[in-house]
Design a protein around this ligand. Structure first.
Ligand code: CTP
Ligand code: CA
Length: 223
């Protein structure tokens, strides 16, 4: 019924949004995580749904709840997130707002590690799949618009422009998350939208406002 009633510039469009951190197991009770709250991804998914899109929201264990009106696919690890994104295809656009763990623990223990087992634990790591690069470089069935995020602490535009080329996506939403900015975990964001045409610095505003502007740009690109 919702779909039949859906209206707006993104009606009939299917968009995948990844969001939140991922958790990578050390043992059954411990994991490696990061400080992503999932706020910007949730706001973006809500804004896209508000413009009429059918949104598949693939989310790691975030601090903020998913928005109403989206299909929520909860995942824990980067590998699960990749599989969930692939299962959600085909899509008109995919936006990768998740803070995916770059590494997983390759010698994770199936049992709780014990303190008195003798010596300190040594964790070994393997690189996680790059979900954004994998989808950007699909030979067939690639979403027509693929958008990545780049949270940087220095040389933001340079790093983000390099990322755009390295991953093969269409846009990168770059932001400066160095501690002084208060953006990581905060209510506001200040992003620079990097496209093939170059960088466009947006004013600092709430994450909801940033989400609405980005959703409008995505609607324009898919129109
Ligand atoms: N990303 C992804 N899968 C990964 C790592 C990152 O899909 N395994 C996506 C993120 O969701 C984001 C973009 O790639 O949209 C950039 O993530 P970022 O961590 O900034 O880039 P990395 O290539 O991992 O580089 P680094 O962390 O070294 O800056
Ligand atoms: Ca990374």
């Amino acid at each position: 019924i919702r779909d039949a009633l859906a209206d707006g510039p993104l009606a009939g469009r299917r968009i995948i949004v990844t969001s939140g951190p991922t958790h990578e197991s050390i043992d059954p009770v411990r994991y490696i995580a990061n400080r992503s709250s999932g706020a910007q991804g949730a706001a973006l998914a809500g804004a896209l749904a508000g413009l009429g899109a059918e949104v598949v929201f693939v989310t790691g264990p975030a601090q903020v709840p998913p928005p109403p009106g989206v299909k929520v696919v909860p995942v824990e690890t980067a590998s699960e997130m990749l599989r969930a994104v692939q299962a959600a295809l085909p899509a008109d656009a995919a936006v990768f707002a998740a803070a995916v763990a770059d590494w997983r623990v390759s010698n994770a223990s199936g049992q709780k590690m014990k303190k008195n087992a003798g010596g300190l634990p040594v964790l070994e790591f393997a690189e996680n799949p790059d979900i954004l690069a994998t989808i950007s470089r699909m030979a067939s069935g690639r979403p027509s618009l693929v958008v990545g995020f780049a949270a940087e602490t220095h040389d933001v535009e340079r790093h983000a422009t390099e990322k755009l080329a390295r991953k093969g996506c269409d846009w990168i939403v770059a932001n400066d998350v160095s501690p002084g900015t208060g953006i990581m975990g905060g209510a506001e964001n200040q992003v620079t939208l990097i496209t093939a045409e170059g960088g466009e610095a947006w004013p600092r505003m709430t994450k909801e406002q940033t989400a609405r502007q980005l959703a409008a740009r995505i609607a324009g690109a898919l129109a």
